[in-house]
Design a protein around this ligand. Structure first.
Ligand code: PBG
Length: 339
């Protein structure tokens, strides 16, 4: 005997066709940005131990890599470089023959339409592994080893200009240094690169989920941590301040990082600043977690990975930086073919 129940949401879930037609969020390979780690040397393709399926690549590997990324429908890559030598300032970071500058030219020569984003930070280039210039005693009122904000801004502007000169399409400051967007904007504009957009890592938390990345990019701090500049993991109101500041300084796009543990922040930023494109970064630890569980047979990797990526988009991200980009694009294409 049917009971009186006029509203039955299950009516709209009864067939695959209905579910597909009513799906609110659709992932596509065009949502993804694929991170690449570039290293000196020739013929190098070294898998990162804590990130199965992710490789450090030498320049000669990049043309083929760029073609395979493009063939999957992924529109963009973000580059991280491991320099030949490290020093207190990170000189290779703004050298026209630095590893990232070489990588930009190699990718652009092979696939000009692939959008090349560069990470603009000091941590991979400095011998101390910190994201800026450190106080070594010039400022007795500050602790030794304190990251000097304004001295770092000068270097960041130089790095961004050097990436633009090598052919980068977008620069992405990732250090959470106050004023980085304004300094880079001024540097780019005065060097003739007013057309180059800035994707700001506007809201980046001092997260434990960057561990595997620091193996891949060899940029772990030799001492201390990044908590004087990256955000406290417990804060959400402060994220609004960071987002607004970067928008006011002229950021063209904003990023929230990590993604999955901060879906609330992605949603909040989407609503707070609706007119700027928003990127979520599914970071190395998020990837490593899924890979580890999958390798143990504890999760269905394809379903779990696509679920996390869908969640990031549903929360409000337009684009997702993810180490799963190539695999996920492959799954999405295969799914379309078999549907
Ligand atoms: C800094 C940078 C980091 C990541 C991206 N850019 C490391 C850090 O802030 O310590 C982490 C990305 C990831 O974990 O996947 N250049």
């Amino acid at each position: 005997m049917p009971i009186d129940l006029p509203i039955r949401p299950r009516r709209l879930r009864s067939t695959p066709a209905l579910r597909a037609m009513l799906r609110e969020t659709e992932l596509s390979p065009s949502d993804f940005i694929y991170p690449l780690f570039v290293v000196h040397g020739a013929g190098v393709r070294t898998e990162v131990a804590s990130m199965p399926g992710v490789f450090q690549l030498s320049i000669d590997q990049l043309a083929a890599e760029a073609r395979s990324i493009t063939a999957l429908g992924i529109p963009s890559v973000i580059l991280f470089g491991v320099p030949a030598q490290k020093d207190p300032v990170g000189l290779e970071n703004f050298d026209e023959d630095g590893i990232v500058q070489q990588a930009i030219r190699a990718i652009k020569a092979a696939v000009p339409e692939l959008v090349v984003i560069t990470d603009v930070c000091l941590c991979e280039y400095t011998d101390h592994g910190h994201c800026g210039i450190l106080n070594v005693g010039d400022y007795p009122n500050l602790p030794a080893g304190y990251l000097l904000n304004d001295e770092t801004l000068e270097v960041l502007a130089k790095v961004a200009v050097s990436h633009a000169a090598a052919g980068a399409d977008i620069v992405a400051p990732s250090g959470m240094i106050d004023g980085a967007v304004a300094a880079i904007r001024a540097g780019l504009d005065s060097a003739g690169y007013s057309v180059i957009p800035i994707l700001s890592y506007a809201i980046k938390y001092a997260s434990a989920f960057y561990g595997p990345f620091r193996d891949a990019a060899q940029g772990a701090p030799k001492f201390g941590d990044r908590r004087t500049h990256q955000m406290d993991i417990a804060n959400a109101r402060e994220a609004q301040r960071e987002a607004q500041l970067d928008a006011d300084e002229g950021a063209d796009m904003l990023m929230v990082k990590p993604a999955l543990p901060y879906l609330d922040i992605i949603r909040q930023t989407r609503e707070q600043i609706p007119h700027l494109p928003l990127v979520g970064y599914q970071v190395s630890g998020e990837y490593a977690m899924l890979k580890a569980a999958a390798r143990n047979g504890w999760l269905d990797e394809q379903k779990a990975a696509l679920e996390t990526l869908t969640s990031i988009k549903r929360a409000g991200a337009d684009l997702i930086i993810t180490y799963y980009a190539k695999e996920a694009a492959g799954w999405l294409i295969a799914g379309k073919l078999s549907a």
